[in-house]
Design a protein around this ligand. Structure first.
Ligand code: MRU
Length: 352
């Protein structure tokens, strides 16, 4: 089942509620784009490509919600909805990328408001369908990097749940496994929201891929003792120079990998590459509610003192010097990233 999808029987948008996994598998249903924006903020859906696809379907809901009879009014309502949806989370560029792509198609559209509503849904559906196809292509490229006997470290959740289906870094791991390669995965638990321990472990269980969950601070041990040979991560936004913003903790993993001569591979669809930003210092970094850090329980009790304060930075930026190569759907990109990323993104825009 896809993580996010339009139900054509009921004309509603549906998503797997990722806050409740792995304990409860439940679908949430949406008819209102503002509730989709809230669901993105609350991480009912998370992961850069999944957020982008959800925003696209949110815009299709906004088109249905609008009572505009004139084309210009409907377009204005869609622009207002874009502002609401774009504000849901700041770091993953796929959110703005999907909405901007649909609005470019809206700007070129000729027809009635009724036809435009249908066209917005078709555009959102195309983004979702392409995401699956792109992930599969990316996974074929990335799987060439995994060898029999490897132990690979994976951070956060980058699987089917983080995308429409299949996944980015976890998609690479899944494809390599389906090709018959035998390897082991160390799953960073990924504090504070535990996307690794909850979601990646749940996905690996379903694929039958052997893994162990490790707390994030154990990665350095495995890398420095030769017990892990490769790192695979996703990205929420990659700058034009190959600096990679991803889930908090990715930078420390990359540092430890670099210090031990271990290859570090972000798996990044071109929709996540933001060529408008020269380097990673320009990427907006989300800071979330400190409660997500503070409310951790141990043996049934909150760990932190009741009066404690916390910071909750959701992403960090790994500088390009720590990145071995970036896996995209158009091939594996090696340094110098300033030159070579441009080539894969341009070949994507020509195709699209
Ligand atoms: O806060 P999240 O769970 O949305 O963060 C997700 C990640 O950091 C993923 O690694 C990223 O979106 C790329 S994988 C599709």
């Amino acid at each position: 089942m896809r993580t996010v999808f339009w139900d054509y029987e009921t004309d509603e948008f549906k998503m797997i509620d990722q806050r409740r996994l792995p304990g409860v598998f439940e679908l949430s249903t949406y008819q209102d784009h503002k509730l989709v924006a809230q669901a993105i903020t609350d991480m009912v859906v998370r992961g850069a490509p999944a957020i982008g696809a959800a925003a696209g379907f949110g815009l299709a809901l906004a088109a249905n919600e609008s009572s505009a009879v004139k084309f210009s009014e409907l377009r204005a309502d869609l622009e207002t909805a874009c502002v609401v949806l774009k504000a849901a989370r700041p770091t993953a560029v796929n959110l703005a990328w999907a909405l901007d792509r649909i609005m470019r198609e809206v700007a070129e559209f000729e027809g009635s408001p009724v036809e435009l509503r249908q066209s917005v849904l078709e555009s959102a559906q195309r983004i979702a369908d392409e995401d699956v196809e792109i992930n599969k292509r990316m996974a074929e490229h990335g799987a060439t990097l995994i060898e029999d006997g490897d132990t690979v470290i994976h951070h956060c959740n980058t699987g089917s749940l983080a995308t429409v289906d299949w996944g980015t870094a976890l998609g690479v791991i899944h494809t390599a496994w389906e090709q018959g390669k035998k390897f082991h995965v160390l799953v960073d638990e990924t504090r504070p929201r535990l996307q690794g321990a909850r979601l990646t472990a749940w996905e690996l269980d379903q694929y039958g891929i052997p893994y162990d969950i490790i707390s994030d601070n154990m990665a350095g041990y495995f890398l420095s003792t030769g017990a892990a040979q490769k790192c695979f991560v996703g990205s929420d936004r990659t700058a034009a120079n190959g600096d990679v913003a991803n889930k908090i903790g990715t930078y420390m993993l990359a540092l430890a990998a670099h210090d031990n001569g271990i290859p570090f591979y972000p798996v990044v669809p071109t929709s996540t590459i933001d060529m408008s930003l020269a380097d990673g210092s320009l990427i907006p970094i989300e800071e979330r509610d400190p409660a997500e850090v503070l409310e951790l329980q141990f043996q049934g009790e909150q760990v932190a003192p009741v009066e404690a304060t916390a910071r909750n930075i959701a992403f960090d930026v790994t500088p390009n010097r720590l990145v071995t190569a970036i896996v995209t759907e158009n091939g594996i990109v090696h340094p110098p990233f300033e030159e070579n990323l441009k080539k894969v993104v341009e070949s994507y825009s020509l195709k699209a």
